[in-house]
Design a protein around this ligand. Structure first.
Ligand code: BGC
Ligand code: ZN
Length: 428
C-alpha cells in the first residue's frame, strides 16, 4: 500500500471541504505547531458512506476526556494535522452513540454506546494483523493526535472495525475506557512476557504516579489480586490518595519514602508500572524490582532530562536477576474489550469509585477556554471532560427524559426506567 492510499483509507479525511449535503458541525481544533491555538470551529459533518465497503458508522459524540497529550498538542509540542487540513480536531478519549450504520455493519445498531480506538493502521506487518499499537512505521496515525482528526466534535464517522461497544450502564464512566486501555495493555504485556517463567505469580506491585493512569493502574492491579503501593509526589490526604486507599492499596508520597527506600524496607516489587511522567523515576524503579520482576514504562516524556545512574549496579542486577523492562504505548481492540470487563468488575467491587475520577465537567464544545484552563490547573483535577451533547433518544428510540441514578442509563419513559434492571437504585 502506498502512503496516499493509507491516508485515504479511513473516513476521517479532510474536514475543510464541503460535504455533498452541505452539513456542518462544531469541533474543537488546534493549528499544529502554533502554541495556544485551540479554538472552536465549524467543520464539515462527515458521512457514514465515506467509509469503504459499507462499514461506516456515524456516531453522535456524548462525552470526551482530555489529558496531558491534548495539553502538549495545544502547546505545539506534539500533534500533526491530517493531509488536506491546516487544523487538527482534538480528542482521543471518546464516548458516543451510534446514529447510523452502513449496509455491511451487523455488529452495531443505532442507539449503541461506543468508544473508538485511537490508532489507525499504517503499513507494517503489525498494522496488518490488527496491532497498529505495535507498529514499526515511523509515521503513525492516531485520532486527535497524529494525522487523523479526533472526537471533540458533535459527530464522527468511523469504520465499525475501530469501535467497541460499551453497555448502557457504562454511560457515565465509559469515557474512562481509553485511558484504562493504556493500563490494560501495559499489564497484559507484563503477564505475556512473564509466561517465560512458567510459574510466575506476582504478589507485590508498585505504581508510580497517581494521575488518571496511575489510579487506573492501581485499580486494575487490585482487580488482579495484587498488593499495590502507589507512589506520587504529593503528601496525603487528598482526593487521589483517598481513592488509592479506597481500593485497599497503599499510598506513599515520595517526599516521605522513595520507591528505593520502600523496596529496602518492605521488599522489592514483582511488577512496577511507571506512569509519573518523570523519566528519572524509571531508573529508580529499575532498582526496586524483585528477581524475575518486570517493569512497565508508560510515561510519554517529551523533554531532554539527563540523570546520572549507577549503571554497573543496574545492569548487573538485571543480568543476575533475570529482570525485564518493557515500554508500552496505546492499545489494541483486545485491550478495549478487557477494559470494558474491568470497568464492570470495578463497579461491582468498588461501586462509585470510577465516577469519583470524573472531577471536572465542562458542558458543550463552546467552553474551550474553560476546558483547557481546568486541564492546566495546578492540582485537584483528575479527569477533565467535555459533555458534548446529551443522548437524543433511549434504546426504544424515545426522546430521553429520565436518568437512572444507579447506572446512568437514560430512558424515554418511567416504564422503560423501571424495567431496565436496576433494583431500588442499585445496579442489578
Ligand atoms: C493516548 C494514547 C496515545 C499516546 C501517544 C496518549 O495520551 O492515550 O492512545 O497512543 O498518547 O500519542
Ligand atoms: Zn440503572
Amino acid at each position: 500500500m502506498n502512503g496516499t492510499a493509507a491516508l485515504r483509507e479511513t473516513a476521517d479525511a479532510a474536514l475543510t471541504t464541503k460535504s455533498r449535503d452541505g452539513a456542518t458541525m462544531k469541533a474543537i481544533a488546534v493549528i499544529p505547531g502554533q502554541a495556544g491555538s485551540v479554538h472552536v470551529r465549524e467543520v464539515r459533518r462527515p458521512n457514514a458512506a465515506e467509509v469503504p465497503g459499507g462499514r461506516g458508522v456515524l456516531v453522535q459524540v456524548l462525552r470526551v476526556g482530555v489529558d496531558g497529550t491534548d495539553k502538549e498538542i495545544n502547546a505545539a509540542e506534539y500533534g500533526t494535522a491530517p493531509e488536506g487540513d491546516e487544523f487538527l480536531v482534538l480528542g482521543h478519549e471518546s464516548l458516543g452513540r451510534v446514529v447510523e450504520v452502513g449496509p455491511a455493519v451487523t455488529e452495531l445498531a443505532p442507539g449503541d454506546y461506543v468508544v473508538a480506538t485511537v490508532r489507525r493502521p499504517g503499513t507494517s506487518l503489525y498494522d496488518m494483523i490488527g496491532l497498529a499499537d505495535m507498529t514499526t512505521d515511523d509515521v503513525y496515525f492516531e485520532r486527535g493526535i497524529s494525522l487523523r482528526h479526533g472526537f471533540l466534535s458533535e459527530y464522527f464517522v468511523e469504520s465499525a472495525d475501530h469501535l467497541v461497544v460499551v453497555p448502557p450502564r457504562q454511560r457515565e464512566i465509559g469515557v474512562l475506557l481509553e485511558p484504562l486501555t493504556v493500563v490494560e495493555k501495559g499489564i497484559a504485556q507484563a503477564y505475556e512476557i512473564q509466561r517465560r517463567l512458567k510459574v510466575w505469580k506476582p504478589r507485590r506491585a508498585a505504581v508510580i504516579g497517581a494521575g488518571t493512569v496511575g489510579l487506573l493502574a492501581t485499580l486494575t492491579l487490585r482487580l488482579r489480586g495484587l498488593e499495590v503501593t502507589t507512589f506520587a509526589l504529593r503528601r496525603k490526604p487528598y482526593l487521589n490518595s483517598d481513592l488509592i486507599e479506597a481500593l485497599g492499596a497503599r499510598y506513599v508520597s515520595v517526599e516521605e519514602q522513595s520507591i528505593l527506600d520502600a523496596a529496602a524496607a518492605s521488599g522489592p516489587f514483582d511488577l512496577i508500572l511507571e506512569a509519573s511522567g518523570y523519566s528519572p523515576a524509571a531508573f529508580e524503579a529499575m532498582q526496586a524490582l524483585s528477581k524475575n520482576g518486570v517493569l512497565v514504562l508508560a510515561s510519554v516524556t517529551g523533554g531532554n532530562r539527563r540523570v546520572e545512574v549507577p549503571a554497573d549496579r543496574i545492569n548487573l542486577d538485571f543480568v543476575l536477576g533475570n529482570r525485564v523492562m518493557v515500554g508500552t504505548v496505546n492499545a489494541s481492540q483486545e485491550h478495549f474489550e478487557m477494559g470494558v470487563k474491568d470497568l464492570a468488575q470495578a463497579e461491582a467491587l468498588y461501586p462509585g469509585w470510577l465516577g469519583r475520577l470524573l472531577t471536572d465537567r465542562v458542558r458543550g464544545l463552546d467552553h474551550v477556554e474553560e476546558l483547557f484552563a481546568r486541564l492546566n490547573s495546578p492540582a485537584g483535577a483528575i479527569k477533565v471532560f467535555c459533555d458534548v451533547s446529551e443522548d437524543a433518544m433511549d434504546m426504544h428510540g424515545e426522546p430521553v427524559r429520565f436518568t437512572c441514578d444507579a447506572c446512568g442509563g437514560r430512558f424515554g419513559s418511567v416504564a422503560a426506567l423501571e424495567g431496565h434492571g436496576c433494583v431500588h437504585g442499585m445496579p442489578a
